[in-house]
Design a protein around this ligand. Structure first.
Ligand SMILES: [Zn+2]
Length: 288
């Protein structure tokens, strides 16, 4: 049997009292409808809230996207400048190589064609990344190439400092390189150096960087200095009055090594100056 309630409405101004019959089923139905309404309302609220969040996120992403585009454009510009720097470096290096001579004009490390104008129009990160990788490779190769140029320059510099240059003393030429009559026997004899007349005590200087290999007194050359310069070059300074160096000493071009004298087989104060290349005397006048 269904339970039922009676709801009474009693107004206070003498009007008719009203009565409402309420069944248990009606209450259940009303509660069910109310629950459904609450659920639907809750769903709508949650959905609306989520929509708001999505909207905010979308706006944020739009801003981020625009910022990233600007950053990409900025990066692409910076990247383009780097590429131009590499091209300028390649140009400068090519000029140094040209000045080093034909052997040095083609870099061993860099394949022909790399180091020219590169692409500078990246429109997305993948393209930019690829161009960055290419540039990194180009820079690595450029570095190897520059190390090669540095070695070439070092070699050239060492050879230049090892090659005799200039007069070893202030004086005048009294005898040349070549066949001449021996001042002692009158017989034709090879003169393997230059004789430079000068007053006793005049400074004699090294004509290239090197190491003193001989500083001694000999019957022929008297007080003599021999310097080894590397690259096959040796210089000999004979008939000195005084020696300032000892064997094993390192000397630089222009360092004082001795003073002009008249020691050994000599007919007057002078310096006998000899240049040998791989043990063979050559005309020192080429190096004055
Ligand atoms: Zn001589």
């Amino acid at each position: 049997m269904a339970r039922r309630f009676t709801l009474m409405y009693i107004p206070d101004s003498g009007k008719r009292t009203r009565r409402y019959l309420v069944t248990h089923r009606l209450i259940i139905s009303a509660l069910a409808v109310a629950s459904v309404c609450v659920l639907v309302l809750g769903y709508i609220c949650v959905d609306y809230y989520r929509l708001q969040l999505d909207q905010q996120q979308f706006t944020r992403l739009l801003i981020e996207n625009s910022e990233q585009r600007q950053q990409l454009s900025h990066l692409t510009r910076s990247f383009g400048e780097l590429q131009r720097d590499v091209v300028v470096m390649a140009g400068a290096e090519a000029r140094v190589r040209e000045s080093l001579g034909p052997d040095a004009s083609v870099p061993k490390a860099v394949p022909v064609g790399i180091g020219g104008a590169l692409e500078t129009s990246a429109t997305d990160m993948t393209a930019l990344q690829k161009q960055i990788n290419d540039l990194r490779l180009a820079i690595d190769l450029r570095r190897e190439s520059q190390e090669e140029v540095r070695d070439l320059l070092n070699d050239k510099h060492s050879l230049a400092s090892a090659t005799p240059e200039g007069w070893p003393t202030k004086g005048w030429l009294t005898s040349y390189f070549g066949m001449r009559e021996s001042p002692y026997s009158g017989e034709p004899k090879m003169h393997e150096g230059l004789d430079i007349g000068a007053n006793i005590g005049t400074s004699v200087t090294a004509t290239a960087d090197g190491v003193v290999v001989k500083a001694t007194t000999e019957p022929g050359f008297g007080k003599v200095v021999m310097i080894d310069h590397g690259y096959g070059y040796r210089t000999i300074f004979g008939h000195n009055s005084k020696l300032m160096v000892t064997p094993g000493m390192r000397v630089k071009r222009g360092d004082k090594i001795s003073e002009v004298g008249n020691t050994g087989r000599s007919t007057g104060p002078h310096l006998h100056y000899e240049v040998r290349l791989n043990g063979v005397p050559i005309d020192p006048r080429k190096f004055l």
